[in-house]
Design a protein. Structure first.
Length: 319
């Protein structure tokens, strides 16, 4: 097997980007952490392929790319819930998620729409020939920074994959419904006391709906406005992924992978890291409800989440 390959994106997809490790230690410069939106799918996909869990992936948003293999073999696995097919010598094979494929010169991989979700991940074997020597280990699309100069993948873009190792085909039987639902657990936010008790009860007892304003910076919620008792413009302070900010109109914004590093809106709650991955997969119009947990339960759920990820490799079936 040739240990390198070259691929061309005949279609870039809606927003296809390179996402890997989050960017650490630069938030004081105003540079966000970035990284995959659904880090559960990216991590288990990488582990299935014997990669490091935070290795680079192609993140696919809603509608995917078409890729042609120009040279060598391209070893891939699709992590998520998305329709895709493989075209070989004019023959079409429907693809299956969480199963590896070895694509050869001339083959075409066509990734289409995500199913009941927003994001899927194209995992590959080998080292992508991009500059990853800096502290940027992911693309920041909103700021044009990071891997691939922070750009989304465009039509006609070409990439080379180096150091492709020997590989044994594999698959995983995984029911995503066991990990994804519309109950989102949160910790009390630093400014929850800025809201009346009636507003806090409303926040937890009534459903929100995902608005059309969804991107890698944040997701706006509608149909259950929550207004603070004080001005919504506070002195700016550091904020993190998962923070739930409430602007003046009362429609909360849940911050995602490319969140700003400071903000001045009151934060009523923070989504747990063990639940944020499923929140970002909720499509426009989906309903959700928040559930408050204390810090001890939040810590337990985090370690349970890590245990699920670390157990994935034991469930792989080699073909």
């Amino acid at each position: 097997m040739k240990n390198e390959s070259k691929i061309e994106f005949l279609r870039g997809g809606l927003i296809t980007s390179l996402q890997g490790s989050k960017i650490n230690n630069l938030q004081h410069f105003g540079i966000t952490t970035s990284g995959p939106m659904d880090y559960f799918l990216s991590k288990i996909g990488n582990l299935m392929m014997d990669n490091n869990e935070d290795d680079l992936t192609f993140e696919i948003c809603k509608f995917g790319p078409i890729i042609k293999i120009i040279e060598g073999n391209f070893i891939i696995l699709v992590s998520g819930n998305i329709n895709f097919k493989i075209i070989t010598n004019s023959k079409t094979q429907l693809g299956k998620c969480f199963k590896s494929y070895v694509l050869k010169k001339g083959d075409i991989l066509e990734l289409n729409q995500t199913i009941n979700s927003n994001y899927a991940y194209l995992i590959f074997k080998g080292d992508l020939n991009v500059d990853n020597s800096s502290e940027y280990k992911s693309s920041i699309i909103s700021s044009s920074l990071g891997i691939n100069d922070g750009k989304k993948v465009n039509d006609s873009d070409k990439f080379k994959i180096l150091n492709i190792p020997n590989f044994k085909d594999r698959s995983l039987s995984l029911s995503l419904s066991n990990f994804y639902d519309n109950k989102i657990r949160v910790l009390k936010g630093p400014q929850m006391n800025y809201f009346k008790i009636s507003m806090i009860k409303k926040f937890f007892s009534r459903k929100f709906k995902i608005s059309k304003n969804i991107n890698r910076v944040g997701i706006r919620l509608i149909e259950n406005p929550i207004k603070p008792t004080v001005s919504s413009n506070l002195a700016s302070e550091g904020i993190i992924k998962g923070s739930i900010q409430v602007p003046g109109d009362g429609n909360p914004i849940v911050l995602a992978s490319e969140h700003p590093t400071i903000g001045g809106y009151p934060k009523i709650a923070t989504v747990l890291i063990s639940d944020l991955f499923k929140f970002v997969q909720l499509e426009e119009g989906s309903e959700l409800i928040f559930e408050e947990v204390d810090i001890n339960m939040g810590e337990k759920l985090y370690f349970d989440f890590l245990e699920i990820i670390n157990s994935i490799q034991n469930k792989i079936v080699y073909l």
